[in-house]
Design a protein around this ligand. Structure first.
Ligand code: NAI
Length: 247
């Protein structure tokens, strides 16, 4: 896989899965723009590390849930590199609760970041990708967007929405060779999942045929494939990276 000469923009790229994606795409030769929401220091550390790998990188603050900020993230990336070949919509949050107890603001927050954020970023970039041609958008969904999960009506709905969005946009832009795919991770070991009690984690591991939690690198490898020409005949697909959990 070779991404030399390409520019990738990754939302929520300063930690967890987004950070692993940034490193993987840089390792394959891409220059990287990482968006972050708050922690500039952490984002700049990722930028420095990518630069030490011999690639260029910038960090851009912005809340993907706000259209104006999404536009600004795309503009700053284009101002710097004059092109964007790969967009990874990775930024995401959880606000878990049983529906009975779920507050409206917990529903709204998750939909705003996960689903509307994906819309905002894709809408802000699509015109330039259609003009440029040969680009790839990769949306980070989740297996729970396919199978559902108790306590995650908001999160599962947002991720199922991302899958529908992915397939529809793929049909709209395929003629210009802009490909749109989703990755649906299973249980991946990150700060997001570290918050769960050990008992819950053990239950998950027992339900995973490959018998371990996934790593951010497992997801990053699949994103790299979807970003590269090796997947040039794939669009509108959802690749599940879950150790067989959803079989
Ligand atoms: P994380 O919490 O470590 O990283 C999420 C990133 O998104 C953080 O850098 C955060 O600052 C950023 N972010 C949050 N709200 C934002 C906003 N409004 N604007 C810009 N950035 C924002 O979580 P993790 O685990 O790395 O998750 C990454 C993606 O993978 C998310 O979309 C998540 O839903 C998805 N995912 C994670 C799984 C897991 O097991 N960890 C499983 C399935 C999907």
């Amino acid at each position: 896989m070779n991404l030399e000469g390409k520019v990738a923009l990754i939302t929520g790229g300063s930690r967890g899965i987004g950070k692993a994606i940034a490193f993987k795409l840089a390792e394959l030769g891409a220059d990287i723009a990482i968006n972050y929401s708050n922690n500039k220091e952490r984002a700049d550390k990722v930028v420095e590390e990518i630069k030490s790998m011999g690639r260029d990188a910038i960090s851009i603050k912005g809340n993907v849930a706000k259209m104006e900020e999404a536009k600004d993230i795309v503009k700053k990336t284009k101002d710097k590199y004059d092109r964007i070949d790969i967009l990874v919509n990775n930024a995401g949050i959880t606000r878990d609760n049983l529906l009975m107890r779920m507050k409206e603001k917990e529903w709204d927050a998750v939909m705003d970041v996960n689903l509307k954020g994906t819309f905002n970023m894709s809408k802000s970039i699509i015109r330039s990708m259609l003009k440029q041609k040969n680009c790839s958008i990769i949306n980070i969904a989740s297996v729970v967007g396919i199978s559902g999960n108790a306590g995650q009506c908001n999160y599962s709905a947002s991720k199922a929405g991302i899958i529908g969005f992915t397939k529809s946009l793929a049909k709209e832009v395929a003629k210009k060779n802009v490909r749109v795919n989703a990755v649906a991770p299973g249980f991946i070991k990150t700060d997001m999942t570290d918050e769960l009690p050990d008992k819950v984690k053990d239950e998950y591991i027992n339900s995973i045929p490959l018998n371990r939690l996934g790593t951010p690198e497992d997801v990053a490898n699949t994103v790299a494939f979807l970003a590269s020409d090796l997947s040039e005949y794939l669009t509108g697909q959802v690749l599940t990276v879950d150790g067989g959990m959803a079989i």
